[in-house]
Design a protein around this ligand. Structure first.
Ligand code: SF4
Length: 183
């Protein structure tokens, strides 16, 4: 396959990830549950989202915070590019950041808390989840002492978040805190 053909196919793929959800697909690829794709039209390939807004943002997958240019049409994130002038990533990012748009728009993305009730996952509220977790932590702490609890940070956690996770451990009364990479 020629280089031109390759580029066109990649662009077609980028287009179809957008247009299925933004405009409503007519020619759909995939099953009923995953119907978010369709072939881009010739015109769509020629015109690169002429009315899109280009918004500079960051990849949220890890705390490096690489720069991303998000193209948005009518409130829908339609395509991403690397931000060439970003001071940290300087026009590069890793494979996780490269598909940030697909993660954000994924139909399987968890958008609310869920709880397993009698073996079945059910939607629940943030207030209810937070109450239950807080109650459970308090119970464990009272029964087994503060050192029965450990807090694990993550590569997603920023400096500021790390600060308050550390504070939270101190309030609980434990020094059991570390980074996920340690385990
Ligand atoms: S996951 Fe990759 S692209 Fe995203 S911020 Fe981290 S290093 Fe950058």
């Amino acid at each position: 396959m020629s280089e031109n053909k390759n580029i066109q196919n990649r662009r077609a793929f980028l287009k179809l990830s957008l247009l299925g959800s933004a405009i409503g697909a007519t020619q759909v690829l995939g099953s009923e549950e995953t119907r978010v794709l369709r072939q881009a039209t010739h015109q769509e390939l020629k015109e690169n989202f002429p009315n899109s807004k280009r918004i500079k943002t960051i990849c949220t997958h890890c705390s490096v915070g690489c720069g991303i240019i998000a193209e948005v049409v009518d409130g829908i994130w339609v395509r991403q590019e690397v931000a060439q002038d970003h001071p940290v990533s300087q026009g590069g990012h890793c494979c996780k950041g490269a598909d940030m748009i697909d993660r954000v728009r994924s139909t399987t993305r968890l958008r609310y808390p869920i709880e397993k009730v009698n073996g079945v996952w059910q939607k629940t509220s943030w207030d209810s989840s937070m109450d239950k977790i807080a109650k459970k932590i308090t119970e464990v702490r009272e029964k087994y002492g503060p050192d029965s609890i450990m807090l694990i940070g993550s590569a997603k956690v920023s400096n500021e978040q790390s600060y308050y996770v550390r504070k939270f451990a101190a309030f609980l009364g434990t020094n059991n805190i570390d980074h996920q990479a340690r385990i």
